[in-house]
Design a binder for this molecule. Sequence first.
Ligand SMILES: NC(=O)c1ccc[n+]([C@@H]2O[C@H](COP(=O)([O-])OP(=O)(O)OC[C@H]3O[C@@H](n4cnc5c(N)ncnc54)[C@H](O)[C@@H]3O)[C@@H](O)[C@H]2O)c1
Length: 359
Amino acid sequence: MNFKIAVFPGDGIGPEVVREGTELLSRVAKLYDFNVEYEQGLVGGASIDAHGKPLTDSILKLAKQSDAVLLGAMGGPKWDSLDYSIRPERALLALRQELGLFANLRPVKLFSALASASTLKREVVEGTDLLVVRELTGGIYFGQPKGVTKLPDGTERGVNTEVYTTPEIERIAKVGFDAARRRRNKVTSVDKANVLEATELWRKVVTRVHKDGGYGDVALDHMLVDNCAMQLIRDPKQFDVMITTNMFGDILSDEAAMLTGSIGMLPSASLGGKVGMYEPVHGTAPDIAGKDMANPLATVLTVALMLRHSLDQGKAADRIEKAVEDVLNEGYRTADIKDRGCKLIGCKEMGKRVREKIG
Ligand SMILES: NC(=O)c1ccc[n+]([C@@H]2O[C@H](COP(=O)([O-])OP(=O)(O)OC[C@H]3O[C@@H](n4cnc5c(N)ncnc54)[C@H](O)[C@@H]3O)[C@@H](O)[C@H]2O)c1
């Protein structure tokens, strides 16, 4: 089997962490008897510097022709003064749109060795293992009308519109139910159905997909978003898969991320079209870029997601997650997750130690 992976390291710590990701992928490929072929490309600030825009047609073509895309992160102070329309982050939005990636999966798993890195008590966070499935291409971030208009009295009026259609809700619900089947068979759908009509429809459609879609083996409950925000820090272990709208998912997934202690531990996958895109949740971390201080584990775990969701190599994914756990249990830490008595190491060494555990 041969897989073509488009690799877009991006800016800041992107190239450092992505290097560890691809080296690891090559190692597991050898072990599990498949072949990976990488095609690297410039995106974000690196592409602006080389081509004057954050995403070129040839990069887009490369992404569309691959089996999966591995992305680092884009942006940084160097490009902050550019017009919004050509900022590095535009490349991310364009890639999501062009690849039809409507579902963002963010697993939030606390490795027991890191329980003390969380700001919450060990007994609350220990055992947390949940998956946020966020709708990515609809809702209030894209709904029309939107904008700011001047009123006759000289004041202004800002408008955004929460919009969801039946097919948009059906497809994200199915992603959530299918994901739950590979986990602990429980879905919590998060909405604000008591106030927002668009999410009243959300609840109705999710309930119907559950009933008519043959998902009787998956338990479904509904939760209002304000309660969910509380429950996440009160008792995160109650959640398995959470499905929610674009804006609620944006906020709740960041809240859930903090349960694990560091953004440097969090992987993500964007799915929906033929090609999935995989990226660590963090940004380009300009404050530590080029210093061999970045935590590569978010990217390492992102590679595991790619193996599971795009390359059908679940065993290799399990092996990576186990290797990460083993390295953490041995006390090795990058600076963002350092703890008393730990062995402080850099990005390269963390990558190497995980590879060694793989065998
Ligand atoms: N997906 C993306 O490409 C993406 C996402 C978020 C931010 N950004 C961009 O990244 C730049 C910096 O943004 P920010 O500072 O708000 O967020 P950030 O995630 O880059 O950094 C936030 C903090 O977390 C630390 N951090 C992040 N990743 C880490 C890692 N792997 N290991 C250790 N520490 C890590 C950083 O050092 C920093 O202190 C901005 O230009 C922003 O637009 C890009």
